[in-house]
Design a protein around this ligand. Structure first.
Ligand code: C2E
Ligand code: MG
Ligand code: MG
Ligand code: MG
Length: 261
C-alpha cells in the first residue's frame, strides 16, 4: 500500500490491476511447487481415424488442481510457466509421465504430447526425450510430439534440428493449431511434419460460414501435399464430423467424439 503513494498519477495503478498482479504473482509462486505437491496430472483425449471411427491415439493434456485456485486452465498456467521457465521442469515431467502411462496401455495406442517452444530449443531436449522413452519402455513409434507454429517461427535453427533428431529416433512430429496464430506456408514447407492439426477455430465456423467447407478442403489438400496426415481439432457436432468424413480427413478430435478424461 505504501508504495502506491510514491507513483505520480493518482490511482494509476487501480486496485483491480493491483489484485491482478498479486494473483498472477501468487499463481506463479504456487505453480513453482505444484508438481512437488502432486497437484498436476494428465488427462487424455482420444484421436479417431475418420474413415472407420477407430481410436488410433490419445493426446495428453495437463491439468492443475490447486486447493485455493481450483482447477486452473492450461490456457492460463502454461503461458505463465513459459514466462517463469517452470515449463522446463513441468514439460519434462509431462513427457516422462505420458510415456510411462502409455507404455502400460493394453491397447498399444499412440500418445501425443504437447511441448513448448522453450523445451525444444534446448540442447538437452533430445536427450530428455530419449530418456523418457528408455525409462518408460515406450517404443518411439508410439510417441508423437505436438509443436505449435510459434515454436518454429521465433526459434534458432536448433529447434528444427532437434525435431529432426526426434524423428530419427522414430518419434513423429505434429504441427498443432495450424491456422490459429500466424499461418506461414514457409513453416509448413521447412519441416517434414508427420501430421498437421487444423485449429478448432476453422471447423467451428461450420455450418454458419458458407466458405468453411472449401477452406477446410484447401487445408486438407495443403496437408496431403507436404505430405502429412491431417487431423481436425474441435469437432463438436455430428454435422461437422460428417463434413470432414466426406472430405476425406485422416483423423479427428473433439467433444462430439471423446472428451478429455
Ligand atoms: P491443444 O494442444 O490444442 O489441445 C486441445 C485443446 O482443445 C484442449 O484444451 C482440449 O481439451 C480442447 N478441446 C478438445 N476438443 C474440443 C472441442 O471439441 N471443443 C473445444 N472447444 N475444445 C476442445 P486444454 O486441455 O484446455 O489445453 C489447452 C492448451 O494448453 C492445449 O491446446 C495446449 O496448447 C496447452 N497444453 C495442454 N497440456 C499441455 C502440456 O502438457 N504441455 C504444453 N506445453 N502445453 C499444454
Ligand atoms: Mg495439442
Ligand atoms: Mg491444438
Ligand atoms: Mg493449443
Amino acid at each position: 500500500r505504501a508504495k502506491r503513494t510514491l507513483t505520480a498519477g493518482p490511482q494509476f495503478f487501480t486496485a483491480e490491476l493491483d489484485d491482478a498482479m498479486r494473483s498472477r504473482r501468487y499463481m506463479a509462486h504456487e505453480l513453482s511447487s505444484a508438481l512437488a505437491r502432486g497437484q498436476m496430472r494428465l488427462v487424455y483425449q482420444n484421436q479417431v481415424r475418420v474413415s472407420d471411427g477407430v481410436v488410433v491415439g490419445r493426446e495428453a493434456l495437463l491439468r492443475w488442481d490447486h486447493p485455493r485456485l481450483g482447477s486452473v486452465s492450461p490456457g492460463v498456467f502454461i503461458p505463465l510457466a513459459e514466462a517463469t521457465n517452470d515449463i522446463i521442469v513441468i514439460g519434462d515431467w509431462v513427457l516422462t509421465e505420458a510415456c510411462t502411462q502409455a507404455a502400460v496401455w493394453t491397447d498399444g495406442l499412440r500418445v501425443a504430447v504437447n511441448v513448448s517452444p522453450a523445451q525444444v530449443a534446448r540442447d538437452t531436449w533430445v536427450d530428455e526425450l530419449r530418456r523418457a522413452l528408455e525409462v518408460s519402455g515406450l517404443p518411439p513409434e508410439r510417441l508423437e510430439i505436438e509443436v505449435t507454429e510459434s515454436a518454429l517461427l521465433n526459434q534458432t535453427p536448433d529447434t528444427l534440428r532437434h525435431l529432426m533428431d526426434a524423428q530419427a529416433l522414430g518419434v513423429s512430429i505434429a504441427l498443432d493449431d495450424l491456422g490459429a496464430g500466424y499461418s506461414s506456408l514457409g513453416t509448413l514447407l521447412s519441416f517434414p511434419f508427420d501430421k498437421i492439426k487444423i485449429d478448432r477455430a476453422l471447423i467451428a465456423r461450420y455450418p454458419e460460414d458458407v466458405r468453411a467447407p472449401s477452406a477446410l478442403r484447401a487445408m486438407l489438400t495443403l496437408g496431403h501435399t507436404l505430405p502429412a496426415q491431417v487431423l481436425v481439432e474441435g469437432v463438436e457436432t455430428l454435422d461437422q464430423l460428417r463434413l470432414i468424413e466426406q472430405q476425406g480427413f485422416d483423423e479427428a478430435q473433439g467433444y462430439h467424439l471423446h472428451r478429455p478424461q
